[in-house]
Write a protein that binds this ligand. Structure first.
Ligand code: G3H
Ligand code: 13P
Ligand code: ZN
Length: 311
């Protein structure tokens, strides 16, 4: 199957009350682990690449790896730019074969965010590429940018209609209390999402696909493994799975997951080195890491996203 854009995928997800997993990729094992799980469960898939991942692995390598996954798996796959921060980066990804881009103007004043997003949409739509915009600001770390909890801000529902109408974007990422990375809540703080904001956004944009970033659950099993095998992440707390399921049943059509894959991979590799301190064949630790990725992605598809069998 060829790459697809997100339009049809989101329409079906909205109508079917489920969400598509958007998993961050930056190497072969991650792509293989994700696509193996999605293929076994016949689930539609978004593979997304951040600017940092693209710099790390190289655009051409990543596109060719995703092409290999398409050749070997009969699945609809979207290749998406995560957190594009400029028109030029989005253009480069569109010209280089991506079928979807995010232009993240969430840190800009409202009118500037609209103008930048509009510019990307015009370029993208002429080439059948879909565009995700963002309103509101998540806390947490992405690439070298660290947004403190104080600088984060919830999406203002009263802005969403104007934003979508003026930009023509195909989906909208909103801030309702999720955040990037493995430390989403303070120790002792009860994880909470602003479902009132999500509901109000959905009411104002009927049928329009909403995106949740920073949606890893920070699976305790992997945090425990990391801490058991020499790591130290005592206060890692993520988004409870039942909250994500609730969001996926409604207007949320895309759920971004990166940290959970990193944790599963790192925990598994730490265990290999603990059990076999003399191991030095990369296949002996990257292989189990790839299996751990497949396991966690299968879990997400079945128990969080609800998209099994929807490919
Ligand atoms: O939202 C950010 C993603 O987790 C990607 O992270 O920019 O470190 O590749 P990265
Ligand atoms: P997590 O850090 O919660 O996995 O979020 C990833 C993300 O939003 C990528 O854009
Ligand atoms: Zn994100």
């Amino acid at each position: 199957m060829a790459l697809v854009n997100s339009r049809e995928m989101f329409k079906k997800a909205y109508e079917g009350g489920y969400a598509i997993g958007a998993f961050n990729v930056n190497n072969m094992e991650i792509i293989q682990g994700i696509t193996t799980a999605a293929s076994e469960l016949n689930a539609p898939l978004i593979l997304q690449v951040s600017a940092g991942a693209r710099k790390y692995a190289n655009h051409t390598y990543l596109v060719k790896l995703v092409e290999a996954a398409l050749a070997l798996n009969d699945l609809p796959i979207v290749l998406h730019l995560d957190h594009g921060d400029s028109f030029e980066l989005c253009k480069s990804c569109i010209d280089g074969g991506f079928t979807s881009v995010m232009i993240d103007g969430s840190h800009l004043p409202f009118e500037e965010n609209i103008a930048l997003t509009r510019r990307v949409v015009e370029y993208a739509h002429e080439r059948n590429v879909t565009v995700e915009g963002e309103l509101g600001r998540l806390a947490g770390i992405e690439d070298a940018i660290n947004v403190s909890a104080e600088d984060a801000s919830y999406t203002r529902p009263e802005e969403v209609e104007e934003f979508v109408e003026k930009t023509g974007c195909d989906s909208l990422a909103i801030a309702i209390g999720t955040s990037h990375g493995a430390f989403k809540f303070k120790p002792g703080q009860k994880p909470q999402l602003r479902f009132d904001i999500l509901d109000e956004v959905a009411r104002r944009l009927p049928g329009f696909p909403i995106v949740l970033h920073g949606a890893s659950s920070v699976i305790p099993k992997y945090v425990e493994m990391i801490n058991t095998y020499g790591g130290n992440m005592p206060d890692a707390i993520g988004i409870p799975e039942e909250m994500l399921r609730q969001a996926a049943r409604g207007a949320v059509c895309k759920i971004n997951i990166d940290s959970d894959l990193r944790l599963a991979m790192t925990a598994t590799i730490r265990k290999v080195f603990h059990d076999k301190p003399a191991e030095f064949d990369p296949r002996k630790y990257l292989g189990p890491a790839r299996e751990a990725i497949a396991e966690i992605v299968a879990h997400k598809i079945e128990h969080v996203l609800g998209c099994a069998g929807k490919a």
